[in-house]
Ligand binder design. Structure first.
Ligand code: IPE
Ligand code: IPE
Ligand code: MG
Length: 265
């Protein structure tokens, strides 16, 4: 099995080790920030000779399952990629369906998210084509859960990593900051939700292995896993298997594994 493989047979009940570091340098910790590229809804439906929209509808159960799995595993930040700036290129009927579906999901699950202590927020959502009612529901859920102190759930909707970077650059220029004062730390403050830590682990379902313009700045040093399972079939056990895969990785950030610190012969 390669490091990229996500084992299938993991039990969802296997407890995750705490935040200690292993002797081989692997960061044996629950990733603090996990982000999911929720991919494969269309193929899930096509394999069942159903319209693509049926795959989007089936994705709802996975979303709820994964939010709960992440929360109970001790993940502090969960980001879900729900709609990209490029997804506007899809047929109008599919886009309309997604807008209606997301609205229904947000309204339906608001009480559960509140009760679980999850703080919800949305990144993106800038395009005037987003229905007013949906934008209002995003604001309402953000307000409703704003005082929660459990996991922070960020839904990337109408999100584009490049757009975020361009808008940060524009805001920085408009602020009049002298060029020689611009550094990575300052630049990051102009990105949406600067309190959000870098992503530790990205899970992209359906076997596709690309970034697709997702949180470009914050995934600079993320670990990635690419389970073959399609998003509507992805469940808590699969999510925990991804966390275990992450725990076997040695994160180096350009340095050396921790056990060789001070001994770089
Ligand atoms: C992901 O599933 C959902 C969105 C992008 C909104 P897809 O709709 O991309 O499913 P595939 O990749 O066509 O199977
Ligand atoms: C990325 O998936 C966006 C979301 C999951 C919301 P896509 O299915 O749109 O990405 P590409 O087109 O395959 O790169
Ligand atoms: Mg896709």
């Amino acid at each position: 099995m390669t490091d990229n493989d996500v084992p299938g047979g993991h039990s969802a009940t296997v407890g995750l080790p705490g935040r200690e570091r292993r002797s081989d340098g692997a960061a044996r910790a629950v990733p603090r920030h996990v982000a999911c590229v929720m991919d494969g809804n269309g193929r899930w439906a096509q394999r069942r000779s159903l319209p693509r929209t049926a795959g989007h509808r089936a994705a709802e159960a996975t979303v709820i399952d994964i939010i709960e799995a992440a929360r109970s595993a001790g993940v502090e930040w969960l980001s879900l990629y729900a709609f990209s700036t490029e997804n506007w290129n899809r047929p109008g009927a599919e886009v309309d369906y997604l807008m209606r579906l997301v609205r229904r999901v947000v309204r339906k699950h608001a009480p559960l998210l509140l009760a679980r202590g999850i703080r919800c927020r949305f990144t993106g959502a800038a395009d005037p084509r987003i229905p007013h009612g949906l934008a209002r529901d995003f604001d309402d859920l953000t307000m409703l859960t704003g005082d929660n102190r459990g996991m922070t759930l960020t839904v990337a909707f109408d999100h584009g990593g490049r757009r975020d970077i361009v808008e940060a650059a524009r805001a920085l220029i408009l602020s009049g900051t002298p060029a020689d004062e611009v550094n990575e730390r300052l630049f990051a403050e102009y990105l949406p939700f600067p309190d959000t830590p870098d992503v530790d682990l990205v899970i992209r379902t359906s076997g596709e292995q690309r970034i697709s313009n997702f949180m470009l700045w914050k995934v600079a040093y993320s670990e990635w896993v690419f389970p073959e399972v399609l998003w509507p079939d992805f469940r808590a056990a699969d999510f925990l298997a991804c966390l275990h895969t992450y725990q076997r990785r040695a994160r180096r950030f350009g340095g050396l594994p921790s056990q060789t610190n001070g001994d770089s012969r």
